[in-house]
Design a binder for this molecule. Sequence first.
Ligand SMILES: Nc1ncnc2c1ncn2[C@@H]1O[C@H](COP(=O)(O)OP(=O)(O)OP(=O)(O)O)[C@@H](O)[C@H]1O
Ligand SMILES: [Mg+2]
Length: 264
Amino acid sequence: MDFSKMNKIIEGKTKIIYENPDDKDTVFMVFKDDITAGDGVKHDIIQGKALVDWQTNRDIYEYLNRCGVRSHYISSPEEKVSVVKKLERKINLEVVSRRVAAGSILHWGKGIQEGDRYDPVITQFHYKDDPLHDPMLDDDYIEYMIRAKNSIEYSEARRINALVFDCLERAFAAFGVQLIDFKLEYGMIKGEVVLIDEITGGSFRLWPYKTDKPNLNQPNILTELDPAGRLDKDVYRMGGELGEVKDKFGAIAAITAKFKDLPA
Ligand SMILES: Nc1ncnc2c1ncn2[C@@H]1O[C@H](COP(=O)(O)OP(=O)(O)OP(=O)(O)O)[C@@H](O)[C@H]1O
Ligand SMILES: [Mg+2]
């Protein structure tokens, strides 16, 4: 496809969205080699990252389709390009779900230890705003929006996040990897709350199991996991070499490539 002749709708940090001249209900999502962290403050280019992210995103969304998750994803007709349903309205939230305590949640209070396991997963909402560093929304506010305002954005996003977590956690577990947490985004398409955007190495934390038969049925599962073997964007956030970051993202793509052989 020749995107130089197409209308760019928006260019973000990791993707460009183009109008589809043949179908006003869909857009092209084109992956870039850029990687960013800290709300865009840290920024690099990793040659080949776009292709790896495109593969990971394709394989995850095709698996989610089989799990019955409603999303914007349609197809991936050529390298680095996906076709997705066009957003009618963006929901300005990042929706984070966590199975295992890691990262920013460790600063919430003394009682929280790395490796604490949550069942069911806990879900938190962040207002998307880079200069404000995506502040977390108060639980009471979310409950008020759901109960008093009947706001389907929050209730649906929470429900779909849990469904996606379940589905992806089982899939990664089949390859000896624990899905620790992830961040998803939503939009309104034809009046429904729909999962949008990319799901790639920057979307989650993935830690390999330490043994073949981890005991995950405990309040804290850190001893069962190998955080030093992490496969995700934390490698970049923590200052890893770009080559190492690319290798880890490649390792994720190698796993998600096998999702097609899993039962949904
Ligand atoms: N189905 C869709 N239809 C239209 N736009 C979409 C769709 N899915 C994602 N987008 C938009 O694509 C844009 C580019 O994505 P990218 O992730 O590169 O942005 P970003 O700079 O990271 O900003 P953001 O913090 O909003 O993700 C975003 O504005 C995102 O909302
Ligand atoms: Mg983004």
